[in-house]
Write a protein that binds this ligand. Structure first.
Ligand code: DX5
Ligand code: ZN
Length: 233
C-alpha cells in the first residue's frame, strides 16, 4: 500500500478512537433543513456522516453530488464519508476530495482495476476504500484489500435506503477481519438497525451506516442511544 498522507493517518486514528461508530446516512434526511439536521446529529454525538452519491447509471436512482458535500463541509467539522455509487469514479472521485470529503469509497463493480485511484485519493489526503455489493463475489475484491484504508461491505444491493439486511455481509466482515487484521476499517451499509447492528459489530464491523433507523425516528438522540446500546451487546 502507498504511504498514507498525514491527513489520512489522522482521519483513521480519529475514527479508531470512536469505533464502533454509527454513521448516519443522510439519504432520508430533511434536505429542506439540512443544517438543522446536521445540528441534531451533532447533538446526538455523531462523529462522521455517510453521504450516498448515486448517478442514476451505476444504480437505478439519483441522490445528490458535490454541492451537498460542499455545503456540509462549510457547516460542520464532522468527518464526511462519501460512498460513491457511480459508474465513473476515476473522473469524479478526485472532485469530492476538493469539496471536503475525508473518506471515499467507490465500488469494485464500477472499477475492476482500482489501485491507481485508491493511491491517488490517499495521496490527496483522503482515506480510500472499496465497496462491494452482496451479489458480487469477494474474489473480485480480494486482490485489492491491502490497498484500502477501509472496505465497505454492502448488506443490501446499493441504490436505495430502507431495504432488508442481507446476512451474507456478516461472514464477509469476519473473513475480512480474520484475513487482514485490526488495522483495516470495516464498514457495513444497508438495513442496519437495532436488530441487526449487534451482529455487525460482533462480526467485526467498525463503521455502521444507518439511514432509516435514524431518520424515520422523531428523536435522533434516542435512536442513536438505542443503536449504541444494541451495538455493544
Ligand atoms: C444504499 C445506501 C445506504 C442506505 C442506508 O444504497 O448506500 O447508505 O441509504 O439506508 P438504510 O439504513 O435505510 O438501509
Ligand atoms: Zn451508503
Amino acid at each position: 500500500m502507498s504511504e498514507p498522507s498525514s491527513r489520512v493517518t489522522k482521519t483513521k486514528s480519529t475514527l479508531r478512537g470512536v469505533t464502533p461508530a454509527i454513521l448516519p446516512s443522510l439519504l432520508l434526511c430533511d434536505f429542506a433543513n439540512l443544517e438543522r439536521e446536521v445540528r441534531r446529529l451533532e447533538e446526538a454525538g455523531v462523529e462522521c456522516l455517510h453521504l450516498d452519491v448515486m448517478d442514476g447509471n451505476f444504480v437505478p436512482n439519483i441522490s445528490y453530488g458535490m454541492p451537498i458535500v460542499d455545503a456540509l463541509r462549510k457547516i460542520t467539522d464532522l468527518l464526511l464519508d462519501v460512498h460513491l455509487m457511480i459508474s465513473d469514479p476515476v473522473k469524479f472521485a478526485p472532485q469530492f476530495v476538493d469539496f471536503g470529503a475525508d473518506l471515499i469509497t467507490f465500488h469494485i463493480e464500477a472499477l475492476k482495476q482500482p489501485v491507481n485511484l485508491l493511491s491517488q485519493l490517499r495521496s490527496q489526503g483522503v482515506a480510500a476504500g472499496l465497496a462491494i455489493n452482496p451479489s458480487t463475489s469477494m474474489e473480485a475484491l480480494a486482490p485489492f484489500v491491502d490497498e484500502c484504508d477501509l472496505v465497505l461491505v454492502m448488506s443490501v444491493e446499493a441504490g436505495f435506503g430502507g431495504q432488508a439486511f442481507n446476512p451474507v455481509a456478516l461472514g464477509r466482515l469476519s473473513d475480512l477481519r480474520k484475513e487482514h487484521g485490526a488495522d483495516l476499517l470495516l464498514e457495513v451499509d444497508g438495513g442496519v438497525n437495532e436488530t441487526t447492528v449487534g451482529q455487525c459489530t460482533a462480526h467485526g464491523a467498525d463503521l455502521l451506516v444507518v439511514g432509516s433507523a435514524i431518520f424515520r425516528q422523531a428523536d435522533y438522540c434516542q435512536a442513536m442511544t438505542r443503536l449504541r446500546r444494541e451495538m455493544h451487546k
